[in-house]
Structure formats: C-alpha cells, structure tokens
Design a protein around this ligand. Structure first.
Ligand code: FES
Length: 183
C-alpha cells in the first residue's frame, strides 16, 4: 500500500510540465507529500522520486537540506524564528523564550502536547530590517513583540475570526535554511 494517495501522486506527476527543468518540481512535490502526511517518511520520499522519475538520493538530499521539510512529525502550526545576527540584536532570544512558554514546547525537536505547535530556530530569512522576524507556516511576521506572539498563538488555538495577516516586506524573504548546531 502506498503512503501517498493516488490523487496526490497524480498531482506530483503533473508538476514537471510547469517548470523549464523537471527537477525543479521536487520542492513543490515534497510540499504536497508533506501536506498530506504531516512529515516526509522514507516511503513518501521514494514515491515522490518514482513519480518524478528522479534519483531517490537527490529527493532525499533536497528534503534534508531545507527546514521547511520534516522527516519527523511536526506541529500543525510551525514557527521558524530567525536567530541570526540582526534578529538577535533586536531581541530574538526573548521572542524564542516567550514563544516556547506560550506553545508549551521546550525543544525544537518536540511538538506541543496537543500536536498544534512546533518551532525551530533558523538562519537569516532575508528581512533583517524587520527584525526580529519569523515565518509561521507559510506567512512571514515582522517586528515581533511578545504581544504579537500571544496574538498569533491565540488565533491558531481558536482559528476565528481571520488570523492576523503578515505585512508584506519590501524584500522577498529567503527560503528557510536549517540552523547549524552549536559547535
Ligand atoms: S538576521 Fe533575521 S532576517 Fe536577517
């Protein structure tokens, strides 16, 4: 029995036609797989590779390089807090500490007891002038304060009315990259 449903596999097979280089379909394909399963299991990565006719090692390499892909289960809502220089100088460590308390997650490898939240510290997201900032699921939030964190968490716990929208930055933030472990 396959890990991915037939309609997701069909969607993945249709992706390469949208890109000049068929390999470029690997990231949206992994995104579809993760959206369905909550994380990228070895079976899911292998099915993505089959559907795109790519080497499984290449697909796994992409999945392990970007923080937005998860090989272990993560929370329904995922916080990616930038803890690079500009954000740290403007209070990112206080934001992280506050966030950890609000979502009841001690460690970036853990998920909150209700399965709703997880968080990671990530490298510069390319919006340093809005520091401290973060990505929450597929949106970016800037000039963070503990109050803003409280509001975002509360909105995700009871998702109505419409959640606070991120303000668009003048620059396009970078893709999320994994934070290197401290030496
Ligand atoms: S240092 Fe945080 S966005 Fe650049």
């Amino acid at each position: 029995m396959s890990a991915l449903s037939p309609h997701v596999i069909e969607e993945i097979k249709a992706l390469p036609a949208r890109y000049p280089q068929p390999r470029s379909a690997v990231m949206p394909a992994l995104d579809l797989a993760q959206e369905e399963l909550g994380s990228l299991t070895p079976e899911a990565m292998s099915e993505v590779a089959d559907a795109l006719m790519l080497d499984p090692g290449y697909v796994e390499g992409v999945a392990t390089f970007y923080t937005l892909f998860h090989l272990q289960p993560v929370g329904k809502h995922r916080f990616y807090v930038c803890t690079n220089l500009s954000c740290m100088l403007r209070g990112a460590s206080d934001i992280v500490e506050h966030l950890k308390k609000q979502i009841d997650v001690d460690d970036p490898t853990h998920v909150s007891p209700d399965g709703l939240f997880s968080f990671e510290e990530v490298e510069c997201l390319g919006a340093c002038e809005y520091a401290p900032m973060m990505r929450l699921d597929h949106h970016y939030f800037y000039d963070l304060t503990p109050e803003k964190i409280d509001q975002l968490v509360a909105e995700r716990k009871s998702p109505s009315p419409a959640p606070q929208e991120a303000i668009k930055p003048a620059v396009k933030p970078r893709a999320v990259r994994k934070k290197k472990a401290d030496a």
